[in-house]
Design a protein around this ligand. Structure first.
Ligand SMILES: NC(=O)c1ccc[n+]([C@@H]2O[C@H](COP(=O)([O-])OP(=O)(O)OC[C@H]3O[C@@H](n4cnc5c(N)ncnc54)[C@H](OP(=O)(O)O)[C@@H]3O)[C@@H](O)[C@H]2O)c1
Length: 288
């Protein structure tokens, strides 16, 4: 049986749908969530729903019973808490006799990255390597689907801003990451492998501004903003916590180090097609 963590989340839901589309029987899928009531729709489709909270080791050991492959979705807590939660999940997988863990890592796992969440992925990859479990690491590129949140109001303001100067990212849509996950979850030959899942083209944020201008027919300037100012602006505009705003601002700085423009080709090798280019995802999301 395959356990999908974060099953009510955007990625987890897409992975379950991708597994079903590939012909995985519903009875072979277990949907994990902290709020099983929010996952009730899966039960009506013949998918077992189990309560699993990365912060509650006992819930994880119980949830992972009889599971062969665990899709471990990165959580959403601050750095140290989330790293500890992922280690809870790995320890519980060992206790419960899980054979393989497929982990949603990130294209950036550098300990010294300006993107603080890179340390979570480095820590989790290390914990998996030490665990004795079979593992498949999926190093995700930046989701193309999160870009609209960063360019909100571009047409009215005639500009977008971020701390990114020049460095590009090979953005990839969640739907493509889910399709790749379904392939990897379905076959043991992917044990011991690390795949870098990125889109077929890369843009920096100035390129995103140019794309928005071309598609909307309106001028969209691009401004490089100091990371601290940008984080403060995110907090003010969205009410997100400081630690999250600082991490997101750091991600745009980290793009300038070059590693996010990693067009590895792994996605095309796994799926036999290219991922959707960021241009197409953004245009569809924004109706341009
Ligand atoms: N590569 C990127 O650009 C990028 C962008 C955004 C996020 N991410 C990462 O990718 C993950 C999935 O993205 P998404 O868009 O699907 O996010 P999402 O819609 O916010 O879903 C996050 C999921 O994480 C699960 N989760 C959080 N804390 C948990 C805990 N303590 N125990 C068990 N499950 C927990 C939640 O499960 P329940 O609420 O059902 O319990 C939820 O389903 C995010 O959590 C984040 O780490 C990556």
């Amino acid at each position: 049986m395959i356990f999908i963590s974060g099953a009510t989340g955007q990625l987890g839901t897409a992975v379950i749908n991708a597994l079903l589309e590939r012909g995985t029987p519903a009875a072979q899928i277990v949907a994990g969530s902290r709020k099983p009531e929010a996952a009730a729709a899966f039960a009506t489709r013949g998918i077992q729903v189990r309560t699993a909270d990365y912060a509650d080791p006992a819930s994880l050991v119980a949830a992972y019973q009889g599971i062969e492959v665990l899709y471990l979705v990165s959580g959403d807590a601050p750095i140290e808490i989330r790293s500890a939660q992922h280690r809870n999940a790995i320890a519980a997988a060992v206790k419960a006799g899980v054979k393989r863990v497929v982990y949603t890592s990130f294209v950036d796992t550098a300990e010294d990255s300006p993107f603080g969440f890179a340390r979570i992925h480095a820590d989790t990859e290390r914990a998996l390597a030490k665990s004795g479990l079979e593992t498949t690491i999926l190093r995700h590129g930046v989701y193309a689907d999160i870009l609209p949140a960063f360019v909100n109001g571009f047409a009215e303001r005639g500009a977008i801003a971020s701390p990114n100067a020049q460095g590009k990212a090979a953005f990839i849509a969640r739907a493509d990451l889910a399709a790749a996950a379904a392939v990897v979850l379905s076959a043991r030959e992917h044990a011991g492998k690390t795949y870098t899942l990125t889109g077929p083209s890369a843009l920096n944020m100035a390129g995103i501004a140019a794309l928005l201008a071309a598609r909307s027919g309106k001028p969209v300037a691009y401004q490089v903003m100091p990371a601290a100012d940008y984080a403060a602006m995110l907090v003010q505009a969205t009410g997100m916590p400081d630690w999250l705003a600082e991490a997101l601002a750091g991600m745009f700085v980290a793009m300038d180090r070059g590693g996010y423009d990693n067009q590895s080709g792994d996605f095309a090798r796994l799926l036999g097609r290219d991922a959707l280019p960021v241009e197409a995802v953004l245009a569809e999301q924004l109706g341009l």
